[in-house]
Design a protein around this ligand. Sequence first.
Ligand SMILES: *Cc1c(COP(=O)(O)O)cnc(C)c1O
Length: 389
Amino acid sequence: MSALMPTYAPSDLAFEKGEGVYLYTADGRRFLDFCAGIAVSCLGHAHPHMVKALKNQADKVWHVSNLYRSPGQERMAERLAEASFADRVFFCNSGAEALETALKIARKYQRDNGHPERFRVIGCENAFHGRTLATIAAAGQAKLLEGFEPVIDAFDQVAHGNLNEMRAAITDETAAILVEPVQGEGGLRPAPEGYLQGLRDIADEFGLLLMFDEVQCGMGRTGKLFAHEWDGVKPDVVSTAKGLGGGFPLGACLTTEAAAVLGVGNHGTTYGGNPLGMAVANAVFDVLMEDGFLEHVTKMGQALDLALQGLVAKYPDVFTQTRGQGLMRGIQLKESIINRDFKTELETEGLLVAPAGDNVIRLLPPLIIDDSHIAEAIAIFDTVAASHV
Ligand SMILES: *Cc1c(COP(=O)(O)O)cnc(C)c1O
């Protein structure tokens, strides 16, 4: 018996160390990590540049709070702004907190601009935005909300990818649109072509903020720093997290100058952007911004999808289709095979993956993988798939 609150049902594996794309148990078993701590460990495990930055900072100062200036935050914010649509950045500790920041911005922005009656946020079905009371309400999924009623009545959901539904859902009370450019937990659904631009047009027409949840698809995961860049669309607010700290718990909310409405006393967090976290984030960013790094992600993403498509063709009774973008890939199983069971079977063969909604197996490898890792993963998939026919 454990004293832990039983909020998770972990597999029976405990890892002692990691190196690159591999994790090792104490008894020496090796696993190919195509889960990466759910899209977090973007540079793999024990990346020398990250380790050095963390150790270096650990010898100096860990935490001082935001009562004092933070050169690490200033530098990281400058670099994020330089590389993106954003002018301003707020650092926090998790994805949900980055989303909470965005949701507060939506209200404050409308209030500051003479529309206190606008407070509702329209999102998409099958979305995931975190586990706080506001973010479960924003996602609106029954399985997240059950037991935590009454639901905060400030959110509406429409079908992902449907601009007509989005437009029809807008009322005098709508403040913002909140969408994942590529839905992660919901089953690896990229936005259809033209969708994000359509959302931009709608937001402009009705005076709404366009907010993207790039907690999972941001920080290079799709081969651009942010997934919305593929569509050439400029949002007002973006929340990101997972890959930002490469394993150090970090989140960030990025905004344009016009949407940077949070001033002194409006928002805060004790740990957010502390020196340890910022040292790591700056080190991760060094690597993400290296010449050719994001192109490598795109190339590997295409190779992985091609290989997965090969599996769908070879095992039509096991798989139905592939989905996703960059190194955020999914392969959907036939209804007769449950993704969580299949995940366990892959694990037994030495491959770590994550499940996603809609009976999808999610592949979120470190962005540093090469062709040999893809071949190794596909061989394990092949073995497990063969056992199902
Ligand atoms: C993981 C995730 C979150 C929540 O992040 P936490 O760090 O778990 O709070 C929010 N949105 C998306 C798209 C995510 O994938």
